[in-house]
Design a binder for this molecule. Structure first.
Ligand code: TEU
Length: 518
């Protein structure tokens, strides 16, 4: 059974732990390290993409949705993984990428050839009379959203790379494939799904030109702000109205309690849009990158939290496989900063997602262009967002070659400080790893879901929360200032149940503390 406000640990199999010496992680490697994940007190593990893929987009270009790519192992390994996760009392989530497939997917090849069944499974259009693409849409990766196919003599639509053709989610065969794929994984014991770019699934069938472009604004953090493809209201068709039955049905097919997590990430990334996908039992939760796009300004993040005024039930996360490591992006990369964000994650209501390695205070690595493989980073070089940084493999052992990640050559260069390794932090009481364990244990005790259990009070650089739960109450104070200490008047005997940067009187910069019954 899924608990309220689950804590989900997202791992990227290619970068977690390698048992074959290939330089890339594998499913057996994940199994080997499950005790580490379990020690963080997480409710569920979201295993990132491991399906057959040419890896043009880090595995989000799937050539077969129901097969484990041999580089990661076999379906038997996956079954073992599910069992081992369940044995440790955790639930399993996997990605489902239905917005697009890889161009190498057999269905796309059949669709090109005009196969009777598959012809309309992708989005094909004739050129405009002058031979140019059907409209002016630009893909989310910045290039035109249309590619000409000489064999079919038509353009096909793609919101990401041209080798990621968009599925036509209005097509019945595609909908059936969607359902059968989910059933396939549910039968193997999966407990939940993360739907990649769920807000991009549908668009105006007439495909009109977008309004004239706004100026392109490049930000180091987000990449192109100019997003002419953009979110369109039609996406609701799938999850609302006729499509409301869709998620309702998913739950029925599943025959068990499943968790449906959406990624809202297309142009309009507001918390409101994300939340609208969770109404009336559609998705359980939907997260967005919106609140995180504040540059290196923790106070701006605090102001966003404050403006939401308790209406915070969107899953919280700070780093992902797409977003640079947060202690560098939203801080100074220090352990103090890592502990601060761990405390924030522990007290925000709703689901929370941790990304592998944040429990080790991994900072954003600097990669040279020649070391980078991510298409998005390469397209926007040197203004690239740094999507590849969080994918640099995990450092397990400080004295082993490649930090114990692989006996081969790691697929990305690993240049971690020794004190970031799991073995170094394991035994040190005050390590970030052990702080995460304490903070997440507190999160589990409080498990805030309903915003009305929480009262916010924020000054210009600090935020305090009052939490009431299960007959207990707590006060949380977070000092978002990176330079000023914050005096907190408390009775001297009051020892925080969780604290970082508390000197008995003041919270130092990056300080945060939780007192019970205050
Ligand atoms: O991400 C969707 C998405 O919006 C990102 O591509 C985002 O625009 C970019 O990272 C800048 O912040 C999902 C996956 O998480 C991502 O890895 C894939 O590249 C993308 O879909 C396409 O499948």
């Amino acid at each position: 059974m899924w608990p309220d406000a689950p804590l989900i640990y997202n791992l990227y199999p290619r970068s977690f732990n390698d048992t074959s010496g290939s330089g890339e992680g594998d499913l057996k490697g994940v199994i080997e390290k499950l005790d580490h994940v379990a020690s963080l007190g997480v409710d569920a593990i979201w295993v990132g993409p491991f399906f057959i893929s040419p890896l043009a987009d880090g595995g989000y270009d799937i050539a077969d949705h129901r097969t484990v790519d041999p580089r990661y192992g076999t379906l038997d390994d996956f079954d073992d993984l599910v069992r081992e996760i369940h044995d440790r009392g955790m639930l399993v989530m996997i990605d489902q990428v239905f917005n697009h497939t890889s161009a190498e997917h057999a269905w796309f090849q059949a669709s090109i050839d005009g196969d009777e069944e598959k012809a309309d499974c992708y989005v094909w259009r004739d050129p405009k009379p002058d031979g140019t693409p059907p409209n002016n849409w630009i893909s989310q990766f910045g290039m035109p959203a249309w590619t000409w196919n000489h064999r079919r003599q038509q353009y096909y639509h793609h919101q990401f790379l041209s080798c990621q053709p968009n599925l036509n989610l209005r097509n019945d065969l595609v909908k059936t494939m969607f359902r059968e794929t989910m059933e396939f994984w549910l039968d193997r014991g999966v407990d939940g799904f993360r739907f990649d770019v769920v807000t991009a699934y549908l668009f105006d069938e007439d495909m009109p030109d977008n309004p004239p472009a706004r100026p392109v604004v490049l930000s180091k953090v987000t990449g192109p702000n100019h997003n002419p493809y953009s979110y369109q209201d039609h996406v609701y068709d799938l999850l609302q109205g006729d499509g409301a039955a869709y998620t309702e049905n998913m739950r029925k097919w599943a025959g068990k309690d499943i968790y449906l997590l959406g990624e809202s990430n297309t142009g309009n990334q507001s918390v409101e849009v994300a939340q609208s996908f969770t109404r009336e039992g559609r998705l359980d939760a939907c997260y967005t990158t919106d609140p995180m796009q504040v540059g290196n300004d923790p106070i701006a993040l605090m102001n966003i939290l404050k403006a939401l005024d308790g209406d915070w039930c969107t899953p919280w996360w700070f780093t992902s496989h797409d977003q640079p490591r947060h202690i560098s992006r939203l801080g100074d990369g220090s352990d103090a900063c890592a502990r601060f964000y761990a405390t924030l994650l522990a007290v925000l209501p709703g689901a929370a997602i941790m990304f592998q390695g944040e429990e080790l205070a991994l900072p954003q690595p600097t990669l040279a262009k020649a070391e980078t493989t991510d298409p998005f980073d390469l397209l926007y070089w040197p203004d690239a967002p740094g999507r590849e940084g969080p994918r640099v493999p995990m450092p397990w052992k400080s004295r082993k070659k490649n930090y114990g990640f692989t006996t081969g050559d790691p697929w990305l260069p690993m240049r971690w400080e020794r004190d970031r390794c799991v073995d170094q932090q394991e035994g040190a009481e005050d390590s970030v790893l052990n702080y995460y364990r304490r903070a997440m244990a507190f999160r589990k005790e409080v498990r805030l879901n309903a915003p009305d259990k929480l009262r916010v009070d924020a000054s210009t650089s600090a935020m305090s929360l009052r939490i009431a739960r299960g007959g207990k109450d707590w006060m949380v104070v977070l000092n978002f200032s990176t330079t000023e200490s914050l005096p907190v008047p408390t009775r001297s005997a009051d020892t925080p149940v969780l604290q970082t940067g508390w000197d008995g009187r003041r919270l130092l910069p990056w300080g945060a503390a939780v007192w019970e019954g205050l």
